[in-house]
Design a protein around this ligand. Structure first.
Ligand SMILES: C[S@@+](CC[C@H](N)C(=O)[O-])C[C@H]1O[C@@H](n2cnc3c(N)ncnc32)[C@H](O)[C@@H]1O
Length: 259
């Protein structure tokens, strides 16, 4: 169980925002900046996960940097993730990203026109997502994309099982943090921080089963190109890229009954 991570507000005029985030995600609100370990810090610009002894600030970002680059030059509907979720022609998809993380995949899908519900069980990651989404709503370049994104703080296996029939998504997207992607030398710093603060995702087979039961069309599991499949039924097809693979489970092609 990862340690509880507190939230420190470094910008006095943003205290109401900090209080709202702390209340929404059940994070302890800190009265002083910690001197060691991990904590969340809200400044004038954004919410970040900090641990100065280990790495720079980690935050979700939908407006600037890599998100802006992918929005403009990302390859549109021809990119493997778009093919994997079944976007043909102009048809967008109703997607649940069951492992939202820092929202990078979800933002790509929303940029392509999909409505995306971002489900994240870690309060730290969910708070970072909510802050990034608020900033994306406020920026003219991303406001229309942000309008298609909703952050839900829940365990996706339980949440998917509780959906009313009319709320079931066409596609469930799953990108678990697998032990075999936890190579510390190879993992990017932000993902190393995630692994320390959030812990591993050793219950992916349960999530795959819940996703298969909830998706109306397909489940897409993102894996390292050479990574093992998630335990469960075999995928019906695969989209293989340079370093990433998308395993596609077409629900219609699956045998009926418990999967
Ligand atoms: C590898 S990261 C996902 C990265 C994400 N695709 C992105 O683009 O930033 C996996 C995330 O899924 C979350 N997660 C794993 N299992 C989950 C579950 N059953 N319900 C909700 N979130 C889950 C973890 O907390 C972690 O933040």
């Amino acid at each position: 169980m990862p340690p509880a991570t507190g939230l420190f507000c470094a910008a006095p005029d943003r205290l109401p925002d900090a209080q709202a985030l702390a209340a929404r995600f059940a994070l302890p609100l800190l009265s002083a900046r910690p001197t060691a370990g991990y904590w969340l810090e809200l400044d004038e610009v954004r919410l970040s996960l900090l641990n100065p002894d280990k790495h720079g600030p980690v935050y979700a970002e939908f407006v600037e940097g890599a998100a802006a680059h992918r929005r403009q030059f990302g390859g549109g509907r021809g990119q493997p993730v778009a093919k994997a979720i079944g976007m043909k022609g102009q048809a967008s998809r109703d997607v649940v990203d069951a492992t939202a993380g820092l929202g990078r995949d979800a933002f790509v899908l929303a940029s392509l026109g999909c409505a995306v519900r971002l489900v994240e069980r870690s309060p730290v990651a969910a708070a970072l997502l909510a802050d990034a989404l608020a900033r994306a709503h406020a920026h003219p370049d991303t406001a229309d994309i942000a309008a298609r994104m909703t952050v839900i703080h829940a365990d996706a296996s339980d949440w998917l099982a509780s959906l009313a029939p009319e709320a079931r998504p066409q596609v469930v997207f799953v990108d678990p943090m697998f032990p075999d992607t936890g190579n510390k030398a190879a993992a990017k710093k932000d993902m190393q921080a995630f692994q320390e603060v959030i812990g591993g995702d050793d219950d992916s087979p349960r999530l795959l089963a819940a996703a298969l039961a909830a998706a109306r069309e397909r489940v897409v599991v993102k894996r390292p190109r050479l990574g093992a499949d998630v335990a469960g039924p075999p995928p019906t097809s695969r989209q293989v890229g340079k370093s990433t693979r998308f395993d596609v489970y077409s629900v219609k092609a699956m045998p009926a009954g418990p999967r």
